[in-house]
Design a protein around this ligand. Structure first.
Ligand code: GDP
Length: 478
């Protein structure tokens, strides 16, 4: 019986304490089968309520998903322009591919949570290559929007001025409830206007309730503002008693790299990171149009690493020889950046000088793609592999404002040190700050009191929704 116990424990661990369904075929997605042996166990545990809601969602997805009888019926309705039924038995949220990969991962996670809260089925527009990046997350039913979906050609042109746009509908209906349409388009992009932002007000949300097709475009992690809505408050509390674990669990549930990307991740990990005593991730994202590298950024990375004992200082005395060979501790640093300059300088520094602790410091950078690219398969594969590799480290330093870093920190369950955003090409002092939580920051939250219908500071309403460390007007869960 001892044997039985230990194997069932392994099984639990593999399914992340019940977060994942056991219904998948072994081998269909290697990262799902193998990731448990690359990660330390999460310090957090999903609530049993979250686990049961995920299983309920999976059943709904299977009943209403692509190519089911229900799906075909609702698609026919949409195509033929019929008005919708009073209370449809399946409702859909179509997420449209938009923006950089980090942004897409965060908005897709937000969309899934919103679908869960409103009993919608999440269908994903694959854009250029989404199906190349992620395994299917739900057992026995695809999340990919079929390519013959009636209005798929219109996704690109949907915008704030579209007659189906939620904000626009509210504006033209002028106080009364908008008349039903075949579908509603939600514009939750950073440039959204005051009418679009009414999405975050219960009373305005209500007309979406029976609309069978809701199409969403976003480039933001809008979850923190859902926590401020009375309609969802209790449910969210039940799902996530520990508020800072939302994206940690949603991300670990939804986003598994496909086999080719898992190959990139595991080959890199096994070649460069596995043997070190400690793994350090440094994510460098410089929002400057010039190519760099910049001395003030290099100084900042080093100041943050040294001041917080993430990396040891060097000994300027060149004849200083450290302990006997063989038993030195090693730290492997995984540095990610579009440019290779920071990596080269830090690597050389630890080659040219000994460390004061005698530790061996190895610096690695998987790629240096130069600039952000939008249509290239290998570029996106590498970006996803690098976010994932960062999430497998023990300590993490990230850059302000970067969703790339947010994905790594939340997936990894790592409270990062965040490098402050430099102003006027000067190294900030202090160089970085420890994050309050592992959650991503919502960069474009509404500042509106839905009851009073006037402006308010939404970062001061409840203790678990606060302004971000790296963006004073952003909101994050703590
Ligand atoms: P954000 O702009 O930092 O919020 O992150 P996004 O992921 O949304 O967009 C930045 C994009 O630039 C990424 O998706 C990559 O395509 C590229 N990129 C930025 N930094 C890196 C990096 O360190 N490594 C790689 N491979 N790509 C990067």
């Amino acid at each position: 019986s001892e044997k039985l116990d230990s194997s069932s424990f392994e099984h639990d661990d593999k399914l992340l304490n019940g977060l994942l369904s056991g219904q998948f075929d072994e081998g269909s997605c290697l990262s799902r089968d193998q990731v448990a042996s690359y990660r330390k166990q999460s310090p957090y545990k999903p609530s049993s309520y979250l686990v049961s809601r995920l299983r309920r969602y999976e059943a709904l997805h299977k009943r209403c998903g692509p190519n089911t009888e229900s799906y075909n019926r609702f698609v026919a309705n949409l195509r033929d322009g019929e008005k919708y039924e009073e209370s449809p038995d399946c409702k859909y949220l179509v997420w449209v591919s938009y923006s950089g990969l980090g942004n897409r991962i965060l908005t897709l996670g937000s969309a899934f949570l919103y679908a869960l809260l409103t009993d919608r089925v999440l269908l994903v527009d694959r854009g250029v290559d989404l199906d190349d990046l992620f395994c299917e997350p739900f057992p026995e039913a695809s999340w990919l929007l079929p390519l013959d979906f009636p209005i798929i050609d219109q996704f690109k042109s949907l915008n704030q001025k579209s007659p189906e746009c939620f904000g626009n509908m509210l504006k033209t209906s002028n106080g009364s409830s908008p008349s039903p349409s075949r579908y509603v388009y939600l514009h939750l992009v950073h440039d959204y206007n005051d009418h679009d932002k009414l999405f975050f007000c219960d009373q305005d949300q209500s007309f979406l309730q029976n609309v069978p097709w809701v199409i969403m475009k976003s480039d933001n992690y809008f979850v923190p503002s859902l926590f401020l809505m009375p309609t969802f408050e209790q449910e969210l509390h039940n799902l996530f008693p520990e508020k800072e674990t939302v994206f940690h669990f949603v991300g670990r549930y939804l986003f598994f790299p496909t086999n080719p990307i898992w190959g990139l991740i595991t080959r890199y990990y096994n070649s460069y990171l596995v043997q070190a005593n400690e793994r350090i991730g440094i994510q460098v994202r410089v929002f400057d149009t010039r190519p760099g590298p910049f001395q003030y950024v290099l100084d900042q990375i080093l100041a943050c690493s040294l001041d917080n004992n993430v990396l040891p200082n060097i000994n300027a005395n060149e004849s200083f020889i450290t302990s006997s060979p063989g038993n030195q501790k090693s730290k492997a640093v995984l540095l990610t950046s579009l440019s290779s300059g920071y990596f080269e300088k830090i690597r050389d520094m630890y080659w040219e000088h000994p460390t004061v602790t005698g530790e061996v410091i190895q610096i690695f950078q998987p790629s240096h793609e130069g600039y952000q690219q939008t249509e290239k398969k290998m570029h996106h594969r590498k970006a996803w592999a690098e976010m994932y590799l960062l999430s497998l480290t023990d300590k993490l330093i990230t850059s302000s404002w970067s969703t790339f870093g947010y994905v790594a920190q939340s997936l990894g369950g790592l409270n990062p040190w965040i490098l402050y955003k430099p102003e006027n090409e000067t190294t900030p002092n202090p160089a970085c700050t420890r994050a309050m939580s592992i959650e991503p920051c919502f960069h474009a939250p509404p500042f509106f009191d839905c009851k009073k219908r006037s402006g308010t500071d939404t970062g001061l309403v409840v203790p678990h929704v606060r302004h971000c460390e790296d963006m004073s007007w952003g909101l994050k869960l703590v």
